[in-house]
Ligand binder design. Structure first.
Ligand code: NAD
Length: 282
């Protein structure tokens, strides 16, 4: 069996990424040699021709896998040889597996959030969910929620065109989920009838303080998932915990997307509990 792996991350602004530590620590636990290289892309390298060349070079140089992040998740999805079903449905990938010269695209943001929900909010009602934020992460969350069987998904966005694009991306892919789009002024009525709430806006981060949902709209029966993980205990998470809501922090998605990428690249199960403990220390 293989004992040595070469992995990388393509994107911009990736210096603070926790992925190298998460992957390398898990590999060390398993007695593997695993090198995770950050590949910070220049603006000129975002050109599709240059990205195609970069991917071919990575294959030639013996990379076993790559993660892809902002702003190349969509572009890389068009460059790999084939796509896993969840990645084809969204048209964006964050993980590439190199296998004997061919490249396979996956989206472990979707599978990672889905697993985080199944583990961390296992027994909650999922009939009506409000999702705030329809950027790249919110779109992955929406595909995961639809895959989990959410009946009605209300997408709340400042930018309604983005929310509409998210809704279109689910058409023909996840038709059993009814998607509606709305602006934040409708949060009171939407949350009154919802089982759960997911924050996929940057609000709660140090650079974006506050909460996208006023605390008075929360109630103990509403489950709350926040995907922001810097900090882990956002204003929304703290308000929800204080009320006694079931809460999922952003660590769950971050750890599970890394764990699934590790598993795809190595073909070995990851110790998710140990990775979560690492995450808490990083
Ligand atoms: P993005 O900027 O592409 O999208 C954010 C969206 O939220 C935008 O469309 C914006 O219009 C909308 N928005 C902002 N404030 C709003 C408000 N008050 N009400 C309604 N909509 C609002 O960002 P992204 O790449 O989708 O990431 C969003 C956040 O998710 C990041 O800041 C990061 O903290 C988090 N994230 C977490 C994980 C994880 O693994 N846990 C993974 C990716 C991203």
């Amino acid at each position: 069996a293989r004992r040595s792996y070469l992995m990388g991350l393509l994107g911009q602004g990736i210096g603070p990424s926790l992925s190298p530590e998460l992957h390398e620590r898990e590999a060390a636990r398993q007695g593997l040699r695993y090198t995770y290289k950050l590949v910070e892309l220049s603006d000129a390298q975002l050109d599709p021709g240059r990205l195609r060349e970069l991917l071919a070079n990575a294959v030639t140089l013996g990379f076993d896998g790559l993660n892809a992040t902002h702003p190349v998740k969509q572009a890389m999805a068009t460059l790999v040889d084939d796509l896993a079903p969840e990645a084809a449905g969204i048209g964006a990938i964050n993980t590439i597996v190199v296998d004997g010269g061919s490249t396979h695209g996956h989206n472990t943001d979707i599978t990672g959030f889905a697993l985080a929900m199944r583990e961390g909010l296992a027994d909650v009602r999922r009939d009506r969910v409000v999702l705030v934020g329809a950027g790249g992460a919110g779109t992955a969350v929406a595909h995961a929620l639809a895959g989990l069987g959410v009946g009605e998904l209300s997408v709340v966005e400042t930018d309604l065109a983005r929310a509409q694009r998210l809704a279109s991306s689910l058409e023909g892919v996840r038709d059993r989920t009814a998607v509606t789009v709305a602006t934040a002024d409708r949060l009171p009525e939407l949350l009154a009838g919802a089982a759960g709430l997911v924050n996929a806006t940057p609000m709660g981060m140090v650079a974006h303080p506050g909460s996208p949902v006023p605390p008075e709209l929360l109630r103990p029966e509403l489950w709350v998932a926040d995907i922001v993980y810097r900090p882990l205990h956002t204003e929304l998470v703290r308000a929800a915990r204080a009320l006694g809501c079931q809460v999922l922090t952003g660590a769950a998605m971050a750890v599970n997307q890394a764990a699934h990428a590790f598993e795809l690249v190595t073909g070995r199960p990851a110790d998710r509990a140990a990775m979560a403990a690492d995450f808490d220390l990083l």
